[in-house]
Design a protein around this ligand. Structure first.
Ligand code: CU
Ligand code: CU
Length: 340
């Protein structure tokens, strides 16, 4: 059996999009899902592909559970105490929703924009198996120390559709980095959505008692005029205005901020009512203290702060035009939970 689905359910809040679907598909069989818009066809297919988590039921595709994490990530201890971290990456053309009802024909890593965050401790070994399942040549170009043959930038390093390549290097240096496609034309390949965050933790400073989040400042040219019409952090315009990011008063918050915006020279992050320590590339010895930080494309900064008062705090690009086109959000600071 190629595909086996039993009692599959998917809920989005109160809405049940898929209600207990059961079917199986034999190898070589042509199988179709028919139904009106909203019947749950796309959700079902995306669960089979591993891009969406199911709420209930059992799914196997070619003998594997598409939701199993070891399909895309595996870690193996090494004798010196570091880890080998192995990732499965694939490039895929896919429509993504960047604002309610606005779909963008993206090129993605693993079906998502930004791509999966790669996180390691300094000295770990990173191995990324990259398969290009898209319609154009692509690469993964990492920032950080690595030998030139792992750079994914030169013409003969392009991975053609249907081809694959294994990127392997040590996680070095500790800090906040990124990766993106480096095939030509570069601005089109980056802009289409092929980018993600690469965090290397210091061995003496593991993630601890703080809340952490990744914010990738990105934007989309929806009418292909080489200018952006929609701006966001993490792809969906105004998402955090509708659903504020919950934080606790008095508990440290760390933001891994990366700018990958194409077509505009700079982007920025401004937080209302407070200040943060900004540590550029995560490698500066003495952080600057600011309430606004400006980044070129490819620049990044680790922002550390703690909320003093309860309430809603706006954050947005301090380019007002970007903010009005979707790059705006809210933190909601609440009293810390008392779990005793
Ligand atoms: Cu590309
Ligand atoms: Cu770059």
């Amino acid at each position: 059996m190629a595909i086996d689905v039993r009692g599959l359910r998917k809920r989005y809040g109160d809405l049940e999009a898929v209600r207990g679907v059961t079917f199986s598909v034999r190898r070589g069989e042509v199988f179709g899902l028919l139904g009106p818009n909203g019947a749950g066809k796309t959700t079902t297919v995306e669960i089979l592909e591993g891009y969406r988590e199911r709420s209930d039921g059992e799914v196997t595709v070619l003998g594997h559970d598409p939701a199993a994490r070891d399909r895309v990530y595996k870690e193996t201890p090494r004798p010196d105490g570091t880890l080998l971290r192995e990732y499965q990456f694939f490039a895929l053309d896919r429509e993504i929703e960047i604002a309610p009802g606005i779909f963008y024909p993206a090129w993605t890593y693993n079906g998502q924009v930004p791509g999966p965050t790669i996180r390691a401790t300094e000295g770990d070994r990173i191995r990324v198996r990259f398969v290009n399942m898209g319609s154009h040549p692509h690469t993964i170009h990492f920032h950080g120390w690595h030998p030139p043959e792992m750079d994914g930038s030169l013409p003969d390093q392009q991975v053609m559709p249907g081809q694959s390549f294994v990127y392997e290097f040590d996680a070095d240096p500790a800090g906040l980095h990124l990766y993106h496609c480096h095939a030509v034309p570069l601005k089109r390949h980056i802009h289409k959505g092929l980018y993600g965050v690469f965090i290397v933790d210091r061995r003496d400073d593991p993630p601890g008692e703080r809340d952490e989040l990744v914010m990738v400042m990105n934007a989309f040219d929806t009418n292909f005029d080489n200018e952006n019409e929609v701006y966001a952090v993490n792809t969906v315009a105004n998402a955090y205005m509708v659903d504020p990011i919950r934080v606790a008063v008095g508990r440290p918050v760390r933001i891994y901020l990366v700018n990958i915006t194409e077509f505009d020279l700079i982007n920025s992050f401004h937080l209302h009512g407070m200040f943060f320590e900004a540590n550029r590339t995560g490698m500066m010895r003495s952080p600057e203290v600011a309430d606004t930080i400006m980044l070129c494309q490819g620049e990044r900064a680790i922002l550390d702060t703690t909320f003093r008062y309860r309430g809603d705090y706006m954050f947005h690009a301090h380019q007002s035009e970007f903010a009005e086109l979707g790059w705006m959000g809210l933190f909601r600071a609440e009293e810390p939970r008392r779990d005793t």
